[in-house]
Design a protein around this ligand. Sequence first.
Ligand code: ATP
Length: 363
Amino acid sequence: MSTIHLQQLVKRFGPFTALKTMDLTIADGEFVALLGPSGCGKSTTMNMIAGMERPSEGRILFDGRDMAGVPMGRRGVGFVFQNYAIFTHLTVGQNLAYGLRATRRPVDEVNRRVSAMADLLQLTTMLDRPSAGLSVNILQRVAIGRSAVMEPSIFLLDEPLSNVDAAFRTVMRTELKALQRQFRQTMVYVTHDQLEAMTMADRIAVMDHGVLQQVGTPLEIYNDPDNLFVARFIGSPGMNLLQGQPVETATGLALDLGPLGQTPPLSAPQVAALRQAKADVVYGFRPELVALVPEGQGMAMPITFVERIGARTILHLGQGSASAKVVLENDAGLQTGQILHFAPLAHAVRLFEAASGIALKGA
Ligand code: ATP
């Protein structure tokens, strides 16, 4: 069991700063996903936790102990990479047992732990199979098992599912979560796939351009993004963001969205948040959290494209430079060119300061 503290962590490569002053505490037994687009500094952060890269500034503590100068092999971490690294001249069972044998565990213990891990990862029928020639899916499962069987108190996984196929990824998400529940390891998981982060992590650390943008539970991040980057990045499609200006109306304070007209009446907390804003505001709403309303109520935008994806339909809306998406369970035969009359659900509307991109959460 281990707590990880990242304190004022910075990483520079020559003149380039890959990670800008990161503070993050990962609790004992917690599953934290580092999520962000390519190049945002996820792997760099992970490599420093593992001991493969040295921080330029700041400290990494495991259970309060400074890891500066402690090599990877002495940190008690398990590490699984995007590309499985297993011994192809060994069988699946020999691969799983490799670390335990290398540390001279008693044969009984090796057999018991390998068998339990094979059970958990559905590898039991493959224990005697040579690893050479097995599919990428299975090889990555073996790589995860080989590291997990050592029961490291800290388990680091860097995009472990990015090379496996989609169906297998779904299965592995469940298995990895089960693995973590069983061994109660502190798990740090690097991914650019928000679905993986949302489904597995206790908390998500969203990163962009070397900056930690927000840390929170998956629902906190989805419901209450701290800034425009997180609002856009989380959700599929991301949050709709329309720029407007505060305006007094007969029914109270609202936003003037230019050619799109005024927003529906804002709730009291939103009005309170809006009153803090000194300049332009961005009106945010989730594509899936809207209601269709009669003409003349709510907002109206022409449908520019209808994207039917089975159970759901994504309506692309556009008017001038403004665009938005609305996701419906049942599209009722809507067609490109029609005007959609809709109102974002009041409780799900979020406001941001346009200039800084920071959420107005003062309500
Ligand atoms: P990806 O998923 O694409 O690996 P990432 O979020 O993990 O993205 P990092 O690998 O941490 O990103 O890289 C962060 C930035 O630091 C990138 O711009 C990358 O080019 C740069 N970088 C990483 N390692 C080095 C290095 N050894 N030397 C110079 N620049 C590096």
